[in-house]
Design a binder for this molecule. Structure first.
Ligand SMILES: Cc1cc2nc3c(=O)[nH]c(=O)nc-3n(C[C@H](O)[C@H](O)[C@H](O)COP(=O)(O)OP(=O)(O)OC[C@H]3O[C@@H](n4cnc5c(N)ncnc54)[C@H](O)[C@@H]3O)c2cc1C
Length: 303
């Protein structure tokens, strides 16, 4: 119930205004967000790199409502890619298509994504596409299919909780899709998505096996010990080792485990959000672990 309430709050613009205007709460986000500026995200990536961990830079912001907002996001992503290349960092960039005008003008979104993919390829910076709520899944997969035809290195996030996902992956099999497999962070109705941990875990494991057989360079975006162990054993079953797949985690979550996995020889990459539009991202992190609310409430109380 708390999860549902927090996910509802994540999409509520009035609450967003009230909460983001409070400077104390802005500071409380630092556990999960590298900072408002690009250089703070680059510094976070450099620190992770020093521990043998790659970065995934994510400019916060989603659901832009005009082309101007989308253009701004494109410029900021291009700047991020340039900076990653200039500093020689091991980092990718990850994009939400709703930030590139997906729901405003599809052609503009194609062009925006194309600009980022072309320049990032020239710079040697890999690009990943986040997956948003179920209303955007079919179109996001279509964008991925079109993008992968020209840029086979692009990776797309796929949500294990959605009932449609096994069929979606079958439909992409001929591309040998490069996937970041995640459980799914959005509130979805029971007709569309598994709701219980046991069922989501079962589907995640099934899809893990599928990716080792039919996908390209699979990535597992999870902090769940059981699923990380499962990926290792699924890799072993097909004669692959810890360098043949990637474990991805979120900035500020299970840092000890991130470093331990890297020390043990795994390929680990951490998703580093930056920017001022932190509210929906932050609220989804609260929803995943309502115990996090303690930090939030402590900040509110001034401690
Ligand atoms: C790199 C990466 C990229 C992602 N991209 C997307 C995307 O594009 N689209 C999408 O829908 N979802 C995305 N997600 C989110 C994902 O769908 C899950 O909501 C999130 O990862 C929590 O699920 P879990 O697999 O970590 O398992 P859980 O069962 O939620 O967590 C396992 C353990 O990890 C720790 N943990 C997990 N979350 C938190 C938290 N918020 N705070 C503190 N501890 C926590 C706890 O110890 C918990 O017991 C992404 C996740 C990662 C790691």
């Amino acid at each position: 119930m708390v999860r549902g309430l927090l996910l509802w709050a994540a999409g509520n613009p009035r609450l967003e205004r009230t909460i983001t205007e409070n400077p104390i709460l802005g500071r409380a986000t630092h556990r999960f967000i590298a900072g408002e500026r690009l250089d703070e995200a680059l510094e976070a990536a450099a620190q992770l790199n020093a521990h043998g961990i790659g970065g995934i830079l994510d400019l916060l912001g989603e659901g832009v409502t005009d082309l101007e907002g989308a253009n701004k996001a494109v410029e900021q992503y291009l700047e991020a890619a340039e900076a990653i290349a200039t500093r020689g960092l091991d980092a990718t960039i990850s994009i939400k298509l709703s930030q590139l005008a997906q729901t405003v003008d599809r052609n503009a979104c194609v062009a925006n994504l194309g600009r980022i993919l072309d320049r990032a390829q020239e710079l040697g910076v890999p690009v990943e596409i986040d997956m948003e709520d179920s209303s955007l899944v079919p179109d996001t997969l279509e964008h991925y299919r079109e993008a992968a035809a020209r840029h086979p290195q692009v990776r797309v996030a796929i949500q294990a909780m959605l009932r449609r996902t096994p069929l979606d992956l079958e439909g992409l099999a001929s591309l040998k899709p490069r996937v970041r497999l995640v459980k799914g962070a959005y509130a979805e109705p029971v007709e569309l998505a598994e709701q219980g941990k046991k069922d989501v875990t079962a589907q995640y494991k099934f899809l893990t096996d599928w990716l080792f057989e039919f996908g390209g360079d699979p990535a597992f975006g999870t902090h769940d010990d059981e699923l990380i162990a499962y990926a290792a054993s699924a890799a072993g079953k097909v004669g692959k080792g810890p360098r043949d797949y990637e474990i991805q985690m979120l900035y500020g979550i299970r840092r000890d485990l991130q470093e331990k996995l890297a020390r043990d020889g795994h390929r680990v990459r951490v998703y580093i959000p930056f920017g001022s539009a932190w509210y929906p991202y932050f609220m989804r992190r609260m929803a995943e672990r309502p115990a996090n609310l303690r930090f939030f409430l402590r900040a509110l109380a001034g401690h």
